[in-house]
Design a binder for this molecule. Structure first.
Ligand code: COA
Length: 260
């Protein structure tokens, strides 16, 4: 598939998706949103892809936000559509059946931060900058930032970042639990790829069900989440992979997953 605003590459068991508008600091316009969705269409059924890595082109920006030029002309009606389109993509990422890793290589601002929050795991380069600067434009986050940031870091931190619009560096983001790891820029993609290869060694259905159960923890009250966990645990025990995983352990060999 030909893309204009992203690059889709397979490397080992990862699909590496690079937002590629470096002259605009990889800002998200309608084409990027649509092409990221198409990239997920490619990755989802591909048996060779164990995880998706999302990053930005160049050393400066992961994604510096929604395209501000497009925000200028929004009306009350078109703004709602604009917000819902971005939310739909980020919801799809959050609920994606394979792990999605954000490899944050620079500015992750506004919609860029929201994209990172929607991913399952965030790895950051040491020089990356995170922020929700929308209030500087007289608007609020519209791609899920108010909801996901509060759930990720707590209400107080979300309020501070969103209401002050202040930006934080990777070390502070790590202290706040917003990123899993901070590495040197040169190590960013290799670290994400190593993680993807590690995931590729595990039972693919178990990985998928685990993501689903973890998602329930943020969406549902704990008692309801426990019920989902028990159901998904039961489901995992009905798979050929469960038989294989347990047999391989007992026979002291590596499992050969069927994904069934
Ligand atoms: N939307 C559209 N274009 C953007 C953009 C965005 N979110 N962020 C950066 N760009 C464009 C700039 O307009 C500039 O384009 P130009 O060369 O055609 O003028 C280009 O990317 C480079 O950005 P520039 O501002 O010159 O780089 P800088 O190093 O001086 O500053 C930032 C970097 C990230 C601090 C600054 O670009 C910025 O504040 N961006 C907006 C961040 C934001 O508010 N995001 C939330 C949007 S809801």
């Amino acid at each position: 598939m030909e893309f204009k605003t992203i690059i889709y590459q397979k490397a080992g068991h990862a699909a590496v998706v690079t937002v590629n508008r470096p002259n605009k600091l990889n800002a998200l316009d309608a084409d990027v949103i649509q092409e990221l969705d198409s990239a997920l269409d490619l990755a989802e059924p591909d048996k060779d892809v164990a995880a998706v890595i999302i990053t930005g082109a160049g050393d400066k920006a992961f994604v510096a936000g929604a395209d501000i030029a497009r925000i200028r002309d929004l009306t009350v009606i078109t703004a709602k559509d604009f917000s819902e389109r971005g939310q739909a993509l980020f919801n799809r990422i959050e609920k994606f059946k394979k792990p999605v890793i954000a490899a944050v290589n620079g500015y992750a601002l506004g919609g860029g931060a929201e994209l990172a929050w929607a991913c399952h795991i965030r790895i950051s380069s040491r020089g990356a900058i995170f922020g929700q600067p929308e209030v500087n434009l007289g608007i609020i986050p519209g791609y899920g930032g108010t909801q996901r940031l509060a759930r990720l870091a707590g209400r107080g931190i979300a309020a501070e970042l969103i209401i002050t619009g202040e930006q934080i560096d990777a070390t502070r983001a790590y202290e706040l639990g917003l990123v899993n790891r901070v590495v040197e820029q040169a190590e960013l993609i290799p670290t994400a790829q190593k993680m993807a290869e590690s995931i590729a060694q595990r039972g693919p259905i178990a990985v998928r069900l685990a993501l689903q159960a973890i998602d329930a923890s943020v969406q549902l009250p704990q008692d309801e989440g426990m019920k989902i966990e028990a159901q998904l645990f039961a489901l995992s025990c009905g798979t050929a992979d469960q038989k294989e995983g347990v047999a391989a352990f007992l026979e002291k060999r590596k499992p050969v997953w069927k994904g069934a």
